[in-house]
Design a protein around this ligand. Sequence first.
Ligand code: PGA
Length: 242
Amino acid sequence: MNILRFQTEQLLNEAAAGIFTALVQTNPRAVLGLATGGTPVGIYKELINAYEQGKVSFKEVTTFNLDEYANLDANHEQSYAYYMREKLFAHVDIQQSNIHIPNGKAADLHAESKAYDAKLNEVGHIDLQLLGLGHNGHIGFNEPADHLQNGTHVVTLAEETIQANARFFNSTDEVPKEAITMGVGSILKAHTLMLVVKGADKAEIVHRALRGPITTQCPASLLQTHPRLLVLVDEEAGRLLV
Ligand code: PGA
């Protein structure tokens, strides 16, 4: 595991975007695993900047998002499909047909999960997977549990996750209770993982995830088993990672 520390969030965002840009420059047909939430917003801004400056094209890139809320329409402002469109896709030259996000409005979410895995299998593997970290150690929406799932599946969100994400909705009641997420097996299949953690409130959980025991009760701790794990932290989040 390689841990990179940054004095400011902006420097971190630039470095993360630089790694994605360099990958796409060398492999224009790269398969990127993307994440949502507060953490990647600044990284996506830097990717848009790189595109606008002519440094990179996403024309042949394929993307897979980690997860999506159940029962939110793709046009709902808090759906991850909407987020990705607003924060990245609408501003670069990616082809719509190369974008993959689980459909949270599918009539049969289990069939949708299977179909998502089939698409992942078709591309073989994700070249570079971006990951945020939940306060409870979740990755994607793989919540702490006695057992974790390998492939894409439907999850009931942990109360902590609902509370954490309530800031994006008008009220806690509006936060969906279920989601579709790539499983930890699919995440660990990526060639390279980039875990990005920002802020003092994540210092303890990132320490537990990377230095604590490997346990399904902290799904991010499984990342320790990956041979190419790159961790980007700002000073606050990396405080306990000596
Ligand atoms: P955040 O979420 O980036 O909004 O903190 C991370 C996560 O829950 O995976």
